[in-house]
Design a protein around this ligand. Structure first.
Ligand SMILES: Cc1cc2nc3c(=O)[nH]c(=O)nc-3n(C[C@H](O)[C@H](O)[C@H](O)COP(=O)(O)OP(=O)(O)OC[C@H]3O[C@@H](n4cnc5c(N)ncnc54)[C@H](O)[C@@H]3O)c2cc1C
Length: 385
């Protein structure tokens, strides 16, 4: 039996789940397909801290902070059980960083207070630097949040080998291994690619999505930590006897590998400069890829028809700027980097406004922004340049 959906989303991480939620809210019939299930990619590994970005200002900081406000309001209103609003203390890394905090302060756009060393000590944080405390920040339960967003939405476990467009409809073709060849009749008017670091279904090289491998650990502890904190790593509040430590950034990992307890234990070692880790016992290790874009901004938009553009206007590789041609009804929501649970809801909303109302996404996240530069500069196109 074939079933026609308004939109099929490929990928059930926070990008796909947020997009599905908002599309459903707009009355769409939505199907989500994931090769392994809900929050089984990078989103399942996330400590899912949701906090503002500090720094000297600039477009990425303001976008992150807008997304932060949207996300925490969204979680508190719709999914309060998934969001633990513990507050997050942002701690300087060292003396030099502590000096920079003074320059960062005018750019703190979200509610915060300054915590001196005494205040930190009262909260069992043993760091000798004045810090910022963002009271509205916190952390999500990552898989729980994705599951809650997808409640009442059709989700199927199915690895997609390819998608093709026929007579105004997209057809998703599962891989042979996924064993659901019969379901190759998953059809929809629109497709959203929310596949994280894996982008084999279409030529989206211009977006430069890459994975950064990371590990986090959940530790059993009696330490009565009421707040979460971030220095060069994050330590969560103690929630039901568990403190989450995250995360490593492991370079050069191209493909997923088994999670390594040593990586989680290295985080405990690192955390010991901030809090007493003596009773922390590793309960579970999580790991996964964070999918980031070339310029660290998220990616929301239509997918450009790269082969057609290169063929119809080869001069594009030398700086010509023809009108962009898109693949019909094919969209992307990706590049959430290390802040999927901060960016997810706002990006899912922008994606929905684009799919349903054809409202262009914010130019800061519009995936078109990277195309012309990729054509001019990418070594991948050297042979035709
Ligand atoms: C260790 C770690 C710690 C992190 N900590 C935080 C944090 O504290 N705060 C925060 O906000 N973010 C954090 N993140 C980042 C966050 O997890 C990512 O931003 C998020 O995972 C991006 O979500 P996504 O939906 O784009 O990708 P993913 O979660 O990777 O989802 C992509 C999905 O697509 C599926 N898929 C791919 N190809 C196919 C196909 N062909 N057919 C079917 N399915 C397919 C995959 O199975 C996968 O489930 C962390 C990430 C890691 C790894």
């Amino acid at each position: 039996m074939s079933s026609i959906y308004d939109t099929i989303i490929i990928g059930a991480g926070i990008a796909g789940a947020s997009s599905a939620y908002f599309l459903k809210q707009k009355g769409q019939k939505v199907l989500v397909l994931d090769k392994q299930g809900i929050a089984t990619g990078g989103s399942g590994a996330a400590g899912a801290f949701v906090s503002p970005k500090i720094g000297k200002g600039g477009p990425l900081q303001s976008l992150t902070n807008e997304a932060f406000v949207f996300a925490k309001d969204f979680y508190l209103e719709h999914f309060p059980r998934c969001y633990h609003q513990s507050g997050v203390v942002r701690i300087p890394k060292d003396e030099a960083d502590a000096k920079k905090f003074a320059e960062y302060e005018p750019h703190n756009e979200n509610s915060y207070s300054r915590w001196d060393v005494e205040m930190l000590k009262a909260h069992r944080i043993k760091v000798p630097f004045e810090s910022f405390f963002f009271d509205e920040a916190g952390a999500c339960d990552a898989p729980e949040t994705c599951r809650a967003l997808l409640e009442d939405i059709d989700v199927q476990i199915c690895a997609i080998a390819k998608i093709s467009y026929r007579d105004g409809l997209w057809v998703c073709v599962p891989t042979q291994e996924s064993g659901n060849e019969g379901s190759s009749l998953y059809q929809a008017k629109s497709i959203v690619l929310a596949t994280g670091y894996e982008n084999t279904l279409f030529d989206v090289r211009y977006m430069g999505v890459k994975g950064t491998w990371g590990t986090r650990g959940d530790f059993r502890s009696q330490l009565p930590m009421k707040v979460s904190m971030h220095q060069s790593m994050s330590v969560s509040a103690n929630i039901n006897g568990i403190i989450r430590l995250g995360a490593t950034h492991e370079k050069g990992v191209m493909e997923p590998k088994p999670c390594e307890a040593e990586q989680a234990l290295s985080l405990r070692e690192k955390a010991s400069s901030m809090v007493d880790t003596s009773d922390m016992e590793l309960v579970e290790t999580f790991c996964g890829m964070r999918a980031g874009s070339k310029d660290y901004f998220p990616l929301v938009g239509k997918v450009i028809d790269v082969p057609t553009m290169l063929e119809s206007c080869p001069a594009i590789v030398r700086g010509a700027k023809p009108e962009l041609k898109y693949i019909d009804n094919l969209y992307i929501c990706n590049g959430l980097g290390g802040r999927g649970f901060v960016f997810g809801p706002l990006m899912g909303k922008m994606l929905t406004d684009l799919v349903v109302d054809q409202k262009e996404p914010d130019p800061r996240v519009d995936s078109d922004r990277l195309f012309l530069k990729w054509c001019r500069k990418s070594p991948e196109l050297d042979d035709i340049r």
